[in-house]
Design a protein around this ligand. Structure first.
Ligand code: CP
Length: 317
């Protein structure tokens, strides 16, 4: 694998999921693979799970890890080519990425969208500039529009919990939030569920919250949450801001919050969320603290997803 930006980079969803689940059973079996290799983790935005699980994954493979909070500790980066840098930016990504590429064997980047300019966000300017100038394999730790490490984690979490011959019904439901959030997690989850194909995947959200069809694909979209959740085996809860009315909150209907009542007509569904989650806004305490929540198991699986990705890139070098 040359890079990890989206599902299109993996050899196959079941294949990479198997590699991840194998690492869960044997975390240190490839301890020598990353010997004398260094992973540089570059953060332009905050993180708990992605940062910690990816570091653990890299160390399980014998890699050294350097974490750089470039937004707080680095020079202000200029991302646009051809500009006169007489404003607030100090260093161009051309030099910054190329220099970091001298120090690291693999570079992992986290960037968020501005949620102001759809075109700028959806062309993935930030991560693409690192791909262009670093000269080393790039791993997305979440970009403006996708969060593939989270989605691979979600695949392996569903895969390890589901042991029936029929396909599970997986419903991704929008839920309210007080802030405008990126579409990266739902875009990516939809992209991976569609590419995997081993689930019956349904999306439910209020009207106006349609995702970019490039990611939602042919998944049925049902605007009635109760109807969509009937018989669900997995409920994937996530807020996102509007793609159509870009970056805006156009619905504040609290009835979309996931409670025990919301889950009543599911098949005793397992409840997933990428975290962090705002309790009693997105998901009620009674669900997060109850037996249907698998959010901690899901977050734990972040390590194995990251280890599978890093190992595949190391093997290809
Ligand atoms: N789910 C996720 O990416 O968590 P962090 O933002 O804490 O890394």
């Amino acid at each position: 694998m040359k890079q990890f930006i989206s599902v299109e980079d993996v050899p196959g969803v079941p294949q990479i999921a198997d590699i991840a689940l194998d690492y869960k059973k044997n975390p240190f079996k490839d301890k020598g693979l990353g010997e004398n290799k260094t992973l540089g983790m570059i953060f332009l935005n905050p993180s708990l799970r992605t940062r910690l699980s990816t570091q653990v994954a890299a160390r399980n493979l014998g890699m050294e890890v350097v974490v750089f909070n470039i937004d707080k500790e680095g020079w202000a980066l200029e991302m646009n080519d051809g500009v006169v840098m007489n404003g607030s930016t100090t260093e161009h990504v051309k030099e910054a990425a190329a220099v970091m590429g001298q120090y690291f064997d693999i570079m992992a980047i986290r960037t968020f969208p501005g949620l102001k300019d759809k075109e700028e966000d959806y062309t993935e300017k930030y991560i693409n500039q690192f791909i262009k100038y670093a000269g080393k394999p790039i791993v997305s730790l979440e970009s403006a529009t996708l969060h593939p490490l989270q989605s691979l984690t979600d695949v392996i979490t569903i895969r390890e919990r589901w042991n029936q011959p029929r396909k599970p019904k997986v419903v991704m439901t929008w839920a309210p939030h007080v802030r405008a959030l990126p579409q990266a997690v739902p875009n990516s989850f939809a992209q991976w569920m569609n590419a995997w194909g081993e689930v019956d995947f349904v999306i439910t959200h209020p009207e106006g919250y349609e995702l970019d069809p490039k990611f939602s694909g042919k998944a049925p979209i049902i605007h009635n949450q109760k109807e969509a959740l009937e018989g669900a085996d997995f409920v994937y809860v996530k807020n996102w801001s509007s793609y159509k009315d870009y970056g805006k909150i156009t619905c504040t209907d609290q009835s979309w919050m996931v409670t025990n009542e919301t889950l009543k007509d599911t098949n005793n569904a397992s409840v997933m969320h990428c975290l962090p989650v705002r309790r009693n806004v997105v998901i009620a305490d009674e669900v997060l603290d109850g037996p249907q929540s698998i959010v901690i198991q899901e977050a734990g699986n972040r390590t194995w997803a990251a280890q599978a990705v890093l190992s595949e890139i190391l093997k290809a070098r």
